[in-house]
Design a binder for this molecule. Structure first.
Ligand code: KIV
Length: 286
């Protein structure tokens, strides 16, 4: 096993870097990471923003939704990712029930993530979350907003479906986006909305938008790592582009290992240890 990434020449990504990237028209690239090796590899690939998303619940922990994910589970993953000391901005996702009830909860739990190595937090929701967002920003913790299809509201939405298709809902989302910018969010995730609205919101805001199923005109794009490397099961969402078949590679590797063990081809002598050579006896001195 090898540990640690290549020493990187590029400077640390901060919330300011992302704002400057938008100003320069440079796209922001983001993915999720839930563990140390993924964070190292994401950093080696030049990812700008690593999100320890509550998608960990569905992708890695086998839950049906993100709702069961707890602060303890998220903290475990945030710590693992933070140990990679990524150049990318490290954002931790506040899980369901860790911020909705009060601004106090939101600040306390955001602070817990920062103590575990996160540099910013993300939370889902529009204008109803303004007190929470303002309180977290007031505590000097950068906040990434999240609008559109917010998976923690799946029961309210009645399923995972495209949001804000009509003009009225689009106007409400645009208004939410402007309010979140005013409240101090450093960027916004826009999930599963029409591409026209993704473009409209991105034009209207000074802070960057990072789209996931929100069209090509967002200031950046995020995909769940396991989706893009082919390590999730079932039919992927329309916006997922698969760059690899890691599940297939893992399965083939394990099949080959199984065959080698069963046939006696593994391990070879070169993959085994030999006993220490016998030490020659000393000649008795004359
Ligand atoms: O939890 C997550 O991974 C997310 C991204 C899909 C934006 O919220």
């Amino acid at each position: 096993m090898t540990y640690g990434g290549e020493p990187t020449q590029r400077s640390k990504v901060t919330v300011r870097t992302l704002r400057e990237m938008k100003e320069r028209g440079q796209k922001i690239v983001s993915t999720t990471a839930y563990d140390f090796p993924s964070a190292v590899i994401a950093d080696q690939a030049g990812i700008d923003l690593i999100l320890v998303g509550d998608s960990v619940g569905m992708v890695v922990l086998g839950y049906d939704s993100t709702i069961p994910v707890t602060m303890a589970e998220m903290s475990h993953h945030v710590r693992a990712v933070a140990r990679a000391r990524p150049r990318a901005l490290l954002v931790a996702d506040l899980p369901f029930n860790s911020f909705q009830a009060s601004a106090e909860d939101a600040v306390r739990n955001s602070g817990r993530f920062l103590k575990r190595g996160a540099e910013a937090v993300k939370l889902e929701g529009g204008r109803r979350m303004l007190p929470q967002i303002e309180a977290i920003v007031h505590a000097d913790i950068p906040v990434l907003g999240h609008l559109g299809l917010t998976p923690q509201s799946v029961h309210q939405f009645g399923g995972y479906r495209v949001q804000a298709r009509g003009r009225e809902a689009a106007d409400a989302l645009l208004e939410d986006a402007l309010l979140l910018e005013k409240a101090g969010c450093f960027a916004l995730i826009l999930e599963c909305i029409p591409l026209e609205l993704g473009a409209e919101v991105s034009r209207a805001l000074r802070i960057p938008t990072i789209g996931i199923g929100a069209g090509p005109d967002c200031d950046g794009q995020v995909l769940v790592l396991h989706d893009l490397i082919g390590l999730t099961f079932g039919k992927p969402a329309r916006f997922v582009r698969r760059y690899a078949d890691v599940a297939g590679t893992m399965r083939d590797s394990l099949l080959a290992f199984g065959e080698d063990v069963r046939s006696g081809r593994y391990p070879s002598e070169a993959e085994s240890y030999l006993a220490a050579p016998a030490i020659p006896k000393a000649e008795p001195s004359a």
